[in-house]
Design a protein around this ligand. Structure first.
Ligand SMILES: Cc1cc2nc3c(=O)[nH]c(=O)nc-3n(C[C@H](O)[C@H](O)[C@H](O)COP(=O)(O)OP(=O)(O)OC[C@H]3O[C@@H](n4cnc5c(N)ncnc54)[C@H](O)[C@@H]3O)c2cc1C
Length: 447
């Protein structure tokens, strides 16, 4: 147990501690700026990650610092703001304390905005061998693995082994799976044949597997059909109503209509599910049975726990329209945080709180150059127009002018010649080393 105290000055005004500098955490800090509260933000990274573009880092389209932004730089002119680069280990709601690797910290109000993590549904083989895509580090690991495996493919004369090194299996046909499949196919069609002229890159296969009957289940059937058409045009092999039940690092075992099948590929990307990243310290009754999310009421309050709130992916607000909670997407996180900042002010001033109502502004996914689907209300776009909307919305949503400019220049360059210039193995990826780090993390060792 950590004994030290996290060194944060006591300003003798109410202290709001926020766990997580993701979409929700940052919005909360911004919205609390002018208020008479001290804001302390804790994050295990000293930067914010723009997760929707992680797949572009993984496929060598963008450099990591184009989609990450230093938290201190964002709030350097905020007077009542303190950031501590620390890992939250648990919370003690009786003592009103957060326990971190640097020490304990008292709060008056606590907001948990710790997001979500990859859900492997308890399958340790898949966890060990597959590649998740939730963090900048994971996107760089995937980029390294991809390039390392192509280097290995050159070094083997065994054709089955060579095929395995070059093949990709993506599990999960949501926006991440679809966007990755599109980007990998563009690499196959335009970049890898130039880098590896000794390999017959036409043999590389990209498989997209989904347990349901179509891709992009959250969008309309029409948009889903367009995305499917684009994917097929790029040469992606689609497997619907199919589950991946095991993976040994080379072969994925699938199940369709009760029958077992196999997919060969040493690159398996797991984008089949996430679960809430709830910190330890909550009573089991406050956590959803499926999905590990913190149950909150319509004010994002954890009921029965004084002055504790949860927002974004980690929060599950069960309403009539959303019996299983809201979708785990950035707009929900941002909207909940904006309202919570107002409600915290009301709470401090003894006023009544306003309930949360989600304004769904639309959904979108891109499959590659000139190919995307966008739904805004009842209006649907596809093809080139949708692709431009997708690019515009993503550039606008990025934090910082420099990042917007870098992404714009990269995409413009890529538009002209399909080039993806970040094909670097900066640090060699090893599954054994990753396991070692994960085990140390589980044992509470901070690395
Ligand atoms: C690959 C990918 C693509 C996506 N694409 C889209 C998209 O196109 N559109 C969309 O709307 N949504 C998309 N999402 C979902 C979206 O990113 C999330 O819904 C959103 O990030 C949730 O915001 P949040 O603030 O709740 O959590 P996050 O943004 O995940 O932030 C959580 C923060 O908490 C910190 N943290 C966690 N645990 C601890 C701890 N113990 N101690 C200290 N800090 C901690 C993390 O470092 C992180 O900074 C995508 C997600 C992924 C993974």
């Amino acid at each position: 147990m950590v004994q030290a105290t996290l060194d944060v000055p006591d300003l003798h005004i109410p202290r709001v501690v926020i766990i997580g500098g993701g979409f929700a955490g940052l919005e909360l800090v911004r919205s609390l700026k002018s208020q008479e509260v001290q804001v302390v933000l804790l994050d295990r990274n000293n930067y914010h990650t723009f997760q929707p573009l992680l797949y572009q880092v993984a496929t060598a389209g963008l450099e990591p610092d184009a989609i990450a932004f230093p938290i201190r730089k964002l709030f350097h002119n905020y007077e009542n703001f303190y950031f501590r680069y620390s890992v939250v280990q648990e919370i003690d709601t009786q003592q009103k304390e957060v326990v971190t690797n640097l020490g304990k910290l008292k709060y008056d109000y606590l907001v948990v905005a710790s997001g979500s993590r990859t859900n492997f549904f308890g399958n340790e083989n898949i966890r060990y061998h597959s590649m998740p895509l939730k963090t900048v580090v994971q996107s760089l690991q995937l980029r390294s693995l991809l390039l390392q495996n192509f280097e290995k493919a050159l070094q083997t004369k065994d054709l089955t082994k060579r095929e395995a090194y070059m093949n990709f299996v993506i599990v999960g046909g949501g926006p991440t799976g679809v966007e990755l499949a599109g980007a990998l196919s563009e690499l196959k069609n335009y970049v890898l044949p130039v880098d590896y002229p000794e390999l017959d890159v036409r043999k590389m296969q990209v498989h997209l597997v989904d347990a349901g009957p179509r891709v992009l289940a959250a969008l309309s059937e029409e948009s889903s059909a367009s995305a499917e058409r684009y994917l097929k045009k790029l040469g992606v092999h689609l497997h619907f109503n199919t589950l991946v039940k095991d993976y040994d690092g080379t072969t994925a075992i699938t199940i369709k209509d009760g029958e077992e099948g196999q997919l060969l590929g040493r690159n398996l990307i797991w984008s089949a599910g996430v679960e809430g990243n709830a910190p330890k310290g909550f009573d089991a009754s406050k956590i959803t049975e499926r999905g590990n999310r913190i149950l909150v009421n319509e004010f994002n309050q954890v009921e029965g726990v004084q002055n504790v709130f949860a927002v974004g992916d980690v929060a599950c607000m069960k309403l009539e329209d959303f019996p299983n909670g809201h979708p785990m997407v950035a707009p929900v996180a941002i909207q909940q945080a904006t309202l919570l900042a107002k409600n915290l002010k009301c709470l401090i001033n003894g006023k009544s709180l306003k309930p949360f109502k989600y304004q769904n502004k639309g959904s979108m996914a891109t499959v590659g150059k000139n190919k995307a689907v966008v739904e805004i209300g009842k209006t649907r776009f596809k093809g080139v127009s949708a692709w431009f909307i997708w690019m515009f919305v993503h550039i606008l949503s990025l934090i910082g002018l420099r990042n917007k400019a870098i992404v714009f220049i990269n995409w413009f360059w890529n538009y002209l010649n399909y080039d993806r210039s970040n094909r670097l193995i900066i640090s060699r990826f090893s599954k054994e080393e990753r396991k070692e780090k994960r085990d140390k993390g589980k044992a509470g060792v901070v690395i």
